[in-house]
Design a protein around this ligand. Structure first.
Ligand code: SME
Length: 158
């Protein structure tokens, strides 16, 4: 398979709907989790050029930094801390239009203005990690991001 991503030049919806089958294809051909996490972070970054896109994985009572694209980031986040730890605790996607207005937001990068965090669910509904995306633009994430990112995260298996 050619390792080449076709990126739509259209709307956000068009970009995601072009990306989705390609991500499905990448995942279908690989069973090693770390390889799929790495390629999904890269595919999202290549398509949208986010400030930061990556994964944190649950280890005990903490999230530990995993594969990502972007500047260096904090390595450990406690359950219930920041946007990532809150999404884990609540077991739901959190969209933050203004990071400065989110109580307890962890500023790994001061250029970040808005953020979305999507939990990764196991077979029994337990959260085993999160996808975290940061944008330099305020209010950059909406229900379209949520819908597609949740669908992509559902393709990942611990
Ligand atoms: N802002 C996140 C921390 C992770 S970095 O953005 C990569 C949070 O509040 O959980």
């Amino acid at each position: 398979m050619a390792e080449h991503l076709h990126i739509s030049s259209g709307t956000k919806e068009e970009k995601y709907s072009t990306l989705l089958p390609q991500v499905k294809n990448l995942m279908a051909n690989e069973t090693i989790l770390m390889a799929n996490l790495a390629n999904l972070a890269a595919a999202l970054n290549e398509t949208f050029r986010f400030l930061w896109v990556g994964f944190y994985l649950v280890r005990g009572e903490e999230l530990i930094l995993s594969t990502f694209q972007g500047p260096i980031a904090c390595t450990r986040i406690h359950k219930g801390s920041g946007v990532c730890g809150t999404a884990w605790e609540r077991a739901e996607t959190i969209i933050v239009p203004d990071v400065n207005a989110f109580p307890g937001h962890i500023a790994c990068n001061f250029a970040s203005r808005s953020e979305i965090v999507v939990p990764l669910f196991g077979k029994n509904g337990q959260v085993w990690g999160v996808l975290d995306i940061d944008s330099e633009k305020p209010d950059n994430f909406d229900e379209t991001d949520k819908k597609y990112l949740e669908e992509m995260c559902n393709m990942l298996h611990e």
